[in-house]
Design a protein around this ligand. Structure first.
Ligand code: C5P
Length: 321
């Protein structure tokens, strides 16, 4: 657990500390079972996360004492990402600094490779990456268990992005257990022109009153298919309780899901709160054919191919600032 520490600025003079770059993966929910709204404003979940090989990169460099935090964002749809204190990477740096008792004097450069507002945890990836990069830059404890309590304060998906792999999430999705999984899974993601906000999709879920009567639970058939590495059975057991809500906000998603089915995908579903549609296919050749079909369909803005599961947020570079 991160606790108060003395400032590391004396040890690493500003401008000479190594900048730290962390890559953090996107996630897809293979199952998202959602219970009725709780009085804390959140919905109880039982979900199966998988980390996939689409990455945001966050580079944290030391700034002069008293400079505070500054942030830049580059990459696809970066104009839709806030660059002020509401940005999750910025909030992560401030939360860690406040908890550890150090000054948050850093420049944060975010390079987006994960769709923005796409239901793939792009903002959470930036928070997880910023936490890990700042902890390394400031010489603070930085194991996953050190950072997870702060990660959960920043967002429900942030602890999973630190963890990676495939995992079952309960509570808000932040209580994690690693899942036993064989094989590699080939995903094609159909991206939308405009994102969806997570709270609005949960709000629509409440309005449609589609929450199951019992507590949310993960499917035994899905977990055993994952254990066997049976991608066909995994595809059959993909499910997302937020899908109807996302479709009612974006009716065009239905045609995308139908296209995946007609094209022989093993399974298709809206990813998290959407609007990205995730399609599981048998292998790389099937992924390439589906990519061509989707790209020419006019139903989506872009298509990405990525495999899962992959590792969680990790340091990729340290260099002199
Ligand atoms: O935790 P996160 O910041 O990602 O949540 C964003 C919003 O999504 C919450 O404020 C809440 O409206 C909704 N949410 C929810 N139940 C969850 C996770 C998120 O209602 N388990």
């Amino acid at each position: 657990m991160v606790g108060p520490a003395t400032s590391t600025r004396d040890r690493e003079p500003p401008g000479h500390s190594p900048a730290v770059t962390v890559a953090a993966p996107a996630k897809v929910n293979l199952q998202l079972s959602v219970g009725p709204l709780h009085s804390d404003g959140f919905h109880p979940l039982a979900t199966v996360f998988q980390a996939v090989a689409l990455y945001d990169e966050v580079t944290v460099s030391p700034a002069r004492p008293g400079a505070g935090v500054s942030l830049t964002v580059t990459g696809q749809s970066c104009q839709d990402v806030p660059v002020g204190p509401e940005n999750l990477a910025w909030r992560a740096a401030v939360l860690l600094a406040d908890t550890a008792g150090v000054s948050a004097d850093v420049h944060i450069a975010v390079r987006k490779g994960i769709p923005v507002a796409g239901g793939m945890a792009g903002g959470s990836a930036d928070a997880a990456a910023s936490l890990l990069a700042c902890a390394r830059l400031w010489g603070l404890p930085s194991t996953r268990s050190d950072l997870t309590p702060l990660a959960a304060q920043l967002g429900s998906d942030v602890p999973f992005i630190l963890m990676g792999g495939t995992a079952v999430g309960t509570g808000r999705g932040d209580r994690l257990t690693a899942a036993l999984v064989s094989g590699a899974y080939h995903w094609v993601f159909a991206l939308a022109h405009v994102g969806l906000s997570t709270p609005s999709v949960y709000g629509q879920f409440d309005a449609l009153a589609t929450a199951a009567a019992g507590p949310p639970r993960v499917s035994g058939d899905l977990m055993s298919a994952l254990r066997r590495g049976d991608a066909t059975a995994v595809g059959r057991n993909l499910s997302n309780d937020l899908q109807s809500a996302a479709i009612s906000l974006r009716p065009g998603l239905r045609s995308l899901l139908e296209l995946g089915e007609d094209a022989g995908a093993l399974g298709s579903l809206v990813s998290g709160s959407g609007p990205t549609v995730a399609m599981l296919v048998a292998d790389k050749d099937a992924a390439m054919s589906l990519t061509v079909l989707l790209s020419s369909s006019g139903l989506c803005s872009a298509v990405r191919y990525a495999m899962g599961p992959v590792a969680g947020a990790h340091v990729v570079r340290r260099e002199r600032g």
